[in-house]
Design a protein around this ligand. Structure first.
Ligand SMILES: C[S@@+](CC[C@H](N)C(=O)[O-])C[C@H]1O[C@@H](n2cnc3c(N)ncnc32)[C@H](O)[C@@H]1O
Length: 417
């Protein structure tokens, strides 16, 4: 493997040469694996790190199993040029599309969970803090307003009245067609701040924000922690979180994101059937699918769905929750067939499969044949290994714990027809 980089300017070089050169430059190990009756190279190295490139503040919305923006950034940088179309069929909080937006690419996001577009689209239309403050102040807060369900184990009555007032205001604006970008921003931040484990959330101490416990479990947490919900000023919390999210946003970025978001699409289809996407239109897909873990969508999202008048049970029926590798592979094969249809000839799919499952299932080896059967050529497997030192304090003694975070990505290309 040559560590020497080409002298031809990056922009003029073929996409894959650019990527493979970068990989060879940073590689620590390469091995060949057998998959789909072929020998596929598996490259391991520290190809991107959080240290090299700080993620933009606008990404900081939590979402279950989200990846870091550095991951899509790496593939977008080498496998696309400005105005190329970048897609994520399992978009989650929108990490791929937001990063692509910053990089002047066109975007399509899709996720069957309606909370996904609600949490990602508003970040393409970031408000100015002054206009946000004005709007927050204009929302009528009705005293003694309470939810039709018992939420007293999470919220102080005054906080609950504020949340219900906000919920009703947002619903009315939506129904009357008056809802605008600032309303949608408020909806996003409020949804993100409903429950959590610090004073930056509306609720008393509970699980971190991607999960929500049942009312009964919260009563038990309150008993165990000897806590009762105290008043939290919801508008101050929304303002503070917005200030953090907006802290890096420049005027140029604001204009750029508005343009990409305006031209972009946010779909809520099953990833196997995305009729709204034209054939042969996508230059690059960067995605991570739902894994084999069993997730309880209704339990995790009931409160967020309540706030947004969404039917959690309906969404739960549609979300892919495969219990066996066979079931998972069958769904993913359907996804690859659809990706093959929408990908441009010579376009790419970077499919992240996480770490080794249950210490024995290498999902990358199972994904290679699925993509190949759908028509793609497998270029290789890329494992990004990021080493970190975590300082933990146990009984007053500082302990430097060393660890590794790794992401496995299977890279495919659609060859010319
Ligand atoms: C691992 S998460 C993706 C996280 C994303 N990379 C991010 O950074 O936020 C997988 C996503 O797939 C979505 N999903 C599950 N089944 C789906 C399906 N059949 N079609 C489309 N999306 C689906 C889930 O709602 C979830 O948001």
């Amino acid at each position: 493997m040559s560590p020497i980089k080409s002298k031809i300017p990056k922009e003029e070089r073929p996409y894959l040469d650019r990527l493979l050169d970068e990989i060879r430059y940073r590689i620590s190990k390469v091995e060949d694996i057998d998959a789909a009756g072929q020998s596929i190279p598996r490259y391991t190295g520290e190809f991107w790190t959080s240290k090299q490139r700080q993620a933009h503040s606008l990404h900081e919305i939590s979402y279950r199993a989200c990846f870091k923006p550095q991951l899509p950034h790496f593939f977008i940088e080498y496998l696309t040029r400005e105005n190329d179309k970048v897609y994520d069929p399992f978009s989650g909080r929108g990490t791929t599309v937001l990063e692509a937006g910053f990089m002047e690419r066109n975007i399509i996001a899709n996720d069957i969970n309606p909370l996904s577009s609600l949490l990602s689209k508003p970040r393409f239309f970031p408000p100015l803090l002054e206009e946000l403050m004005k709007r927050l102040d204009s929302i009528p807060m009705i005293e003694n307003e309470d939810a039709e369900i018992d939420l007293s184990m999470f919220f102080h009555p005054k906080t609950e009245a504020e949340i219900v007032s906000m919920k009703n205001y947002l619903a009315a604006r939506h129904e009357s067609g008056e809802e605008d970008d600032i309303d949608r921003w408020i909806r996003m931040v409020a949804t993100n701040r409903l429950t959590g484990h610090s004073k930056g959330f509306f609720s008393v101490y509970t699980l971190p924000p991607n999960q929500a416990v049942s009312a009964d479990s919260q009563r038990k947490i309150n008993l165990r922690m000897k806590q009762t919900p105290e008043h939290r000023d919801t508008r101050v919390i929304i303002y503070k979180k917005s200030r953090t999210l907006l802290s890096n946003v420049t005027t140029e970025e604001r204009a750029l994101l508005q343009q990409t978001g305006g031209n972009g699409r946010f779909l809520t289809s099953d990833a196997r059937e995305t009729k709204a996407i034209a054939a042969d239109s996508i230059q690059l897909t960067v995605t991570s699918p739902p894994f084999l873990d069993v997730v309880d969508y209704v339990q995790d999202n009931w409160l967020r769905c309540w706030f947004n008048d969404l039917d959690a049970a309906e969404t739960s029926k549609k979300i892919t929750m495969a219990r066996t590798l066979e079931d998972w592979s069958a769904v993913m094969f359907g996804v690859f067939r659809e990706l093959y249809r929408v990908t441009k000839p010579r376009g790419f799919v970077a499919f992240e499969v996480g770490e080794v499952r249950n210490k024995k299932i290498n999902l990358d080896e199972h994904v290679v044949p699925l993509g190949v059967k759908a028509g793609f050529k497998c270029i290789g497997v890329i494992i990004n290994e990021q080493h970190f030192t975590k300082t933990s304090n146990i009984w007053g003694i500082d302990n430097n714990e060393k660890g590794t975070n790794s992401n496995r990505i299977v890279l495919f290309r659609k060859e010319k027809k």
